[in-house]
Design a protein around this ligand. Structure first.
Ligand code: GLA
Length: 643
C-alpha cells in the first residue's frame, strides 16, 4: 500500500512528548510503582515480552503479497498443501495466515461474520459462520492458523485499496470490522471459538479515518480521531496506541491459557514502536509495506538492521513479509531474491512467504527451503545480526549462534561489483588462527587466516557460517549477545527520526520525495554509539561495547558466566560536556559495582564484579536531569567472562 496514498491525515496536536516518555517507562511487567518512583531503579526482572509462542521468529505463509484482498479458501489451502508436500512445513514453515479479505461484516450483536462466498467452509446453518472447520483442517495438516484485524474500527483496504470488490459489506456499522470497542469479544471469537493461533493487527483504522478524510466526509465511514501518524511522530498518541495493544495482549492471555498465540503488531514503525513493541508483542513491523523493488527492500531492511538490541526470544523486529516471487525478486532475479532471504534470516525476521505457491518456480522454492539459513534464523540464541562494517554501498553483518559459531553476511547494495575484505576482527575472532567457513548458499567449505578477499556482485549477499578462535577467549562481549540485552530504558525522551534509512523512489516522483520519518535514532546499539559513531572514550576506541544514552537501564541475561567486566565513560561524541554520569552494575537487583561520576574527556573507568549465580544484570547510567544535548555513554568492551 503506497505511503503516499496514506498521507491525508487529520492533523491535531496530541499529548506533549515530554509527558509521553514518563508514561513509556511504565510499560512492561516491572512493578509500576518502582517505575514511577525511579525508572532507573533495578527491578531484578527481565521486562521484554516472553509471552506467546515466539521463542524463535515465526515462519509460514501470508496471503497479502500474493493475493491482496482477492483471497479465498481454495487459494489459501492450496498454498498450505504445497508447504506440506514440498517439505517446507517440516523445515519450520507452520503459520498459514489470512491477511485482509476474510470478512463479511460485523453483526449487530458485535459478532464477526466470515465471508462464506470466499470461505465456504465457514458457512453454518444458523448463519453465525465459523472458521473452526478451516482451522481444524490446517491443524490436521500439522500447521497453525493466523488471522488479521485492525486496531481501529475500519481497515487498510477500506481506506486505500482501489479494488473494492472484496471489502466488508452492509451498513456503516456492519462494515466496522476492526477491533476498536470489541477487543475482548473479537479475540475470544478468533482464538477460543475459531481456533486461530496468530493475529496480525494493523493500524489504518487509527490513522485514516479523521473527520476531514474523504472517506468519512463522503458518509461511508464513521470518524475516529487519528492517534497514529506515520510521517510525524509528534502527531501520534503513543500511550493511547500502547494502551490498545495492551488490551489486546490481555485478551490474548485470557483466551490462550496454553500461551499458544502470536501477536503481530503492524503499525509500520510509527508511534516510536521500534522502541516499545518488544515489551508487548511477538513481532512488530518496523516500516511501511515492502514492495517487490530492490530499493524498497533496502528501506525495510534498514528500519530493522540497527535495532539489534530491541529483538529477543519472544519479540522480533519485522521488516515485513518476504516478497520473493515478484518484481525484483522473481525467478529472473535470483541474486536479489537470495539477498532478500539471506538478510531476513540474519535479522531474525519472521520468515513469512508471500508468493502464490501453486505456481512458484522451483528455484524460488529452493530459496525458501535453504536449511542452513533457516537454521540461522531459528537459532536458539535469538541474537539478531550486528553491523560489523557499515557504508551506503556495502555492509557486513555478523550473527552469533547458540553454539558459539558465527554467521557472516556481506551485502552489496550497489549496482557495481565490490571487492570486499572480510577480517577476523569483523567476527571478533583471532587473526592468527584458522577460520573455517561454510558458504550458506553453495555449502562449500574453505578456510582462511587473518582476512579473506571476496568479490560481491551487484545486489548480491554472500553468507557463511564460520568457526575460529575467539579474540576474547574466555567470554562473550555483550555486543555479541544482543538477544540477551534489553534496553529497558534507553534514555530517549524525545523520539527522533533516523536519517540513515534508505529512501526509495519506487512510488514515483510526484511530490517532493521520501522524507526520513522512522523514529528510533538515538536508541541503544551494539558496537556503535546511539548515533552511529565509533565508541570512543577520552580518545580510546572500543571495537566492542554497548552505546546508549545516559539515564538508561539495560537488562542483561547472564547464562552462567562468573564475572562482568567493562570500561565505562561518557563517549567523546557526546554533545553534553558538563554533566556527570555514574555507571552502576546490579545483579538480581543488588548493587555490585559503581563508577565515580564521569564526564566527557575523562578516561574510561573499569567496572567489574563477580556475577557467579546471578541471572539478571542491570547496567544503569545515570546523570542529572539537566542534560543538554545528546549524552552518549559507552560500556566499552562490556563482557560476560569466566575468569
Ligand atoms: C497494511 C499492512 C499490510 C497488509 C494490508 C492489508 O498495508 O501493512 O501488510 O496487511 O494493510 O490491507
Amino acid at each position: 500500500m503506497p505511503i503516499r496514498a496514506r498521507a491525508h491525515l487529520h492533523k491535531r496536536r496530541r499529548a506533549p512528548l515530554a509527558a509521553l516518555s514518563a508514561i513509556a517507562l511504565l510499560w512492561g511487567s516491572q512493578p509500576a510503582i518502582a517505575q514511577q518512583a525511579d525508572p532507573l531503579a533495578p527491578t531484578g526482572a527481565w521486562s521484554a515480552n516472553v509471552d506467546g509462542a515466539a521463542l524463535t521468529p515465526p515462519m509460514g505463509w501470508n496471503s497479502w503479497n500474493a493475493f491482496f484482498t482477492d483471497l479465498d479458501e481454495e487459494k489459501v489451502l492450496a498454498s498450505a498443501q504445497v508447504i506440506v508436500d514440498t517439505g517446507l512445513a517440516a523445515k519450520g514453515y507452520r503459520y498459514i495466515n489470512l491477511d485482509e479479505g476474510w470478512w463479511q461484516h460485523r453483526r449487530e450483536d458485535g459478532r464477526m461474520l466470515a465471508n462464506t462466498d470466499r470461505f465456504p467452509s465457514t458457512r453454518t446453518p444458523d448463519g453465525a459462520t465459523s472458521f473452526r472447520p478451516f482451522t481444524d483442517r490446517l491443524h490436521g495438516m500439522g500447521l497453525k492458523a493466523g488471522l488479521y484485524s485492525d486496531l481501529g474500527r475500519n481497515t487498510c483496504a477500506q481506506a486505500y485499496m482501489p479494488d473494492q470488490t472484496n471489502l466488508p459489506r452492509g451498513t456503516m456499522t456492519e462494515r466496522e470490522v476492526g477491533l476498536y470497542g470489541h477487543i475482548d469479544q473479537d479475540i475470544g471469537q478468533f482464538f477460543d471459538e475459531w481456533g486461530f493461533d496468530y493475529i496480525k493487527i494493523d493500524g489504518c483504522g487509527l490513522r485514516a479515518y479523521g473527520p476531514e478524510s474523504e472517506r468519512v466526509m463522503s458518509g461511508q465511514y464513521r470518524a475516529l480521531d487519528p492517534i497514529l501518524n506515520l510521517e510525524t511522530v509528534a502527531l501520534s498518541d503513543i500511550p493511547a496506541v500502547k494502551g490498545l495493544f495492551g488490551e489486546v495482549k490481555t485478551a490474548l492471555m485470557r483466551y490462550n491459557p496454553d500461551n499458544d498465540f502470536v501477536l503481530s503488531l503492524c503499525i509500520w514503525g510509527s508511534a516510536h514502536v521500534r522502541a516499545w513493541a518488544k515489551d508487548v508483542g511477538n513481532v512488530s513491523r518496523t516500516s511501511d509495506d515492502i514492495t517487490p523493488h530492490w530499493g524498497r527492500m533496502l528501506t525495510n531492511f534498514d528500519t530493522a538492521v540497527t535495532r539489534e538490541l530491541y529483538a529477543h526470544p519472544g519479540s522480533w523486529n519485522d521488516p515485513d513479509m518476504l516478497f520473493i516471487g515478484k518484481g525484483d525478486f522473481d525467478a529472473d532475479h535470483l541474486t536479489e531474491a537470495r539477498s532478500h532471504f539471506t538478510l531476513w534470516a540474519f535479522l531474525n525476521a519472521p520468515l513469512l512467504i508471500g508468493s502464490d505457491l501453486r505456481d512458484t518456480p522451483q528455484p524460488l522454492m529452493d530459496i525458501f527451503g535453504n536449511s542452513a539459513l533457516i537454521a540461522l534464523n531459528q537459532d536458539a540464541g535469538g541474537h539478531q545480526a550486528v553491523l560489523a562494517f557499515d557504508t551506503d554501498d556495502l555492509q557486513i553483518l555478523v550473527k552469533t549462534l547458540a553454539d558459539g559459531d558465527k554467521a557472516v553476511a556481506i551485502l552489496n547494495r550497489s549496482s557495481a561489483p565490490v571487492e570486499a575484505t572480510l577480517t577476523a576482527a569483523h567476527m571478533k575472532l583471532r587473526e592468527d588462527a584458522a577460520i573455517a567457513t561454510t558458504d550458506l548458499w553453495s555449502g562449500e567449505g574453505a578456510s582462511f587466516t587473518g582476512e579473506m578477499k571476496v568479490t560481491v556482485a551487484p545486489r548480491e549477499t554472500r553468507a557463511w557460517r564460520v568457526r575460529g578462535s575467539r579474540a576474547l577467549a574466555d567470554g562473550m562481549y555483550l555486543s555479541e549477545l544482543p538477544g540477551q540485552v534489553n534496553p529497558a530504558v534507553d534514555g530517549v525522551t524525545v523520539p527522533e527520526v533516523d536519517p540513515t534509512i534508505h529512501r526509495a523512489a519506487n512510488f514515483g516522483t510526484r511530490g517532493s520525495g521520501a522524507r526520513p520519518f522512522y523514529t528510533g535514532w538515538g536508541g541503544a546499539r551494539a558496537d556503535s554509539t546511539p548515533y552511529g559513531r565509533v565508541l570512543q572514550v577520552a580518545g580510546h576506541h572500543f571495537a566492542s561495547g554497548i552505546g546508549v544514552l545516559a539515564n538508561s537501564r539495560l537488562e542483561v541475561r547472564n547464562n552462567g558466566h562468573r564475572r562482568f567486566t567493562a570500561s565505562v565513560g561518557v563517549d567523546d561524541s557526546a554533545q553534553d560536556a558538563d554533566n556527570e554520569v555514574t555507571f552502576a552494575l546490579y545483579g538480581d537487583g543488588r548493587l555490585l559495582a559503581r563508577s565515580e561520576p564521569l564526564s566527557r574527556g575523562m578516561p574510561a573507568q573499569e567496572l567489574a564484579a563477580d556475577i557467579a549465580g546471578v541471572s539478571l544484570l542491570e547496567l544503569v547510567a545515570r546523570s542529572g536531569d539537566a542534560v543538554t544535548g545528546q549524552l552518549s555513554v559507552t560500556w566499552g568492551d562490556a563482557a560476560l567472562v569466566q575468569r
